[in-house]
Write a protein that binds this ligand. Structure first.
Ligand code: FAD
Length: 385
């Protein structure tokens, strides 16, 4: 049997490879990066992703390399205003476990990547392979890489992220939508006890949304979003920290502490875009997965979790159907409605977070406080199931 080709060794590509390996289907990942370095900040893995990692036998390793907030005395990852008053039902950790069988897990991206890589044979990922061209016939797909090499196979999956080169080849007119928001993120060496209570929260300030959570005993992940023109860049990490501190002037002291303790190297900035809905996620023998198919804004913390759900379903379909087109068709039927609902809901939440006027924010906060907790919880059921 010819190996299945995956382009991109991010969360989605690695998980698809794990799913295929566990079904004894040979697979080869081609990744553009010359080395898999421990980059990136942190990530939250919700029960929908943790349940699938459990089925692959990886949940315990992920929990051990990351952490469950309840182990640190946390009861909720809540959303609060700058004065610390509850705004929206956040992630109620106990309820999550009762209802969905898993708790929210926080982990550094590097630790997650290492855990996923360790579940694969060492020769499964070829590095320094940037896809630049694709051609397909009725029987096969040929991929061309920037180093001049080519490969030919029966089936290829683009798991190459938001700016997917695979998608560009099959659907050149697809459209990224800039959200009007940029994000800063970092990991900070800090004993979680210095955070006090709550150990994790998301704070909606006037100009800055700021979230923080431990991802290890001595490692805290924080993220911040704000309105910004696309492509705008900070002159230096020091200028970025100063600007974040000014924008977050109304936030509690913990935000200031975390921003100030962030090293130059740790500070990451990413403009936030998503992908307008695609009508289909495949063409012939070429399919798309994760951000390449349905990139979402990060307001629900679900992009990576959705890529994991894709990987689970696509591995199952590729094992069931010999014809890649049939596997892609059934995978798309199962996954598209939820993935697109996440994209839409997340976009809406992003617009709500960053209302430009103070009066709009005050009105929003008042309305959100009126929403009964049970209703808020019900709204999230479709995400975590
Ligand atoms: P990626 O992780 O982007 O991986 C794509 C891979 O393809 C990369 O390794 C890249 O090097 C490679 N590649 C790219 N081009 C080529 C090419 N031409 N040839 C070969 N290889 C190529 N999600 C969550 O679930 N929880 C969170 O808490 C969360 N927080 C987030 C916070 C922010 C600020 C942002 C921006 C996103 C967040 N996400 C979160 C979303 C999550 O990061 C993405 O949805 C997820 O990484 C998508 O995985 P992927 O495998 O599809 O793509």
């Amino acid at each position: 049997m010819q190996p299945i080709t995956i382009i991109g060794g991010g969360i989605g590509g690695l998980c698809l490879a794990i799913g295929l390996e566990q079904r004894q289907i040979p697979v080869q990942i081609y990744e553009a990066a010359p080395a898999l370095r421990p980059v990136g900040a942190g990530i939250l893995l919700a029960p929908n992703a943790m349940n699938l990692l459990e089925r692959w036998g990886l949940a315990e390793a992920v929990r051990q390399r990351g952490l469950c907030l309840s182990a640190l005395g946390g009861s909720e990852f809540g959303i609060v205003d700058a004065q610390g008053r509850s705004l929206l039902t956040g992630f109620d950790l106990k309820l999550m476990r009762e209802r969905f069988g898993q708790e929210l897990v926080t982990i550094s991206r590097a630790a997650l990547q290492q855990t996923l890589l360790a579940a694969l044979p060492t020769d499964c990922v070829q590095l320094g392979k940037r896809l630049v061209g694709l051609q397909q016939t009725a029987e096969s797909v040929q991929a061309e890489f920037a180093d001049g090499s080519t490969i030919q196979n029966a089936c290829l999956i683009g798991a190459d992220g938001l700016r997917s080169a695979v998608r560009e080849q099959i659907f050149p007119k697809q459209c990224l939508r800039y959200s009007g928001q940029t994000s800063h993120r970092a990991l900070v060496q800090l004993d979680y006890r210095e955070l006090g209570q709550p150990v994790a929260a998301e704070i909606w300030g006037q100009q800055l949304r700021f979230g923080y959570t431990p991802v290890g005993q001595d490692l805290v992940y924080w993220y911040a979003t704000s309105l910004a023109a696309q492509g705008q860049r900070d002159a230096s990490p020091a200028a970025a920290r100063a600007s974040l501190l000014a924008q977050g002037h109304d936030l509690p002291a913990i935000a200031k502490t975390l921003i100030e303790r962030t090293s130059n190297e740790a500070l990451l900035r990413t403009d936030i875009s998503d992908l307008a809905h695609l009508k289909t996620w495949y063409q012939g023998r070429i399919g798309l997965l994760g951000d390449a198919a349905h990139a979402t804004t990060p307001n629900l913390g679900q992009g990576g979790c959705q890529a994991i759900e894709d990987a689970w379903v696509l591995a199952e379909m590729l094992a069931r159907y010999e014809q890649p087109q049939l596997a892609f068709l059934h995978y798309q039927k199962r996954r598209m409605p939820k993935a697109q609902a996440i994209v839409d809901t997340s976009w809406l939440v992003g617009s709500l977070v960053h209302l430009p006027h103070a009066w709009q924010q005050q009105l929003r906060n008042r309305v959100l406080r009126l929403v009964p907790r049970s209703l808020g919880q019900r709204q999230t059921n479709f995400i975590y199931a």
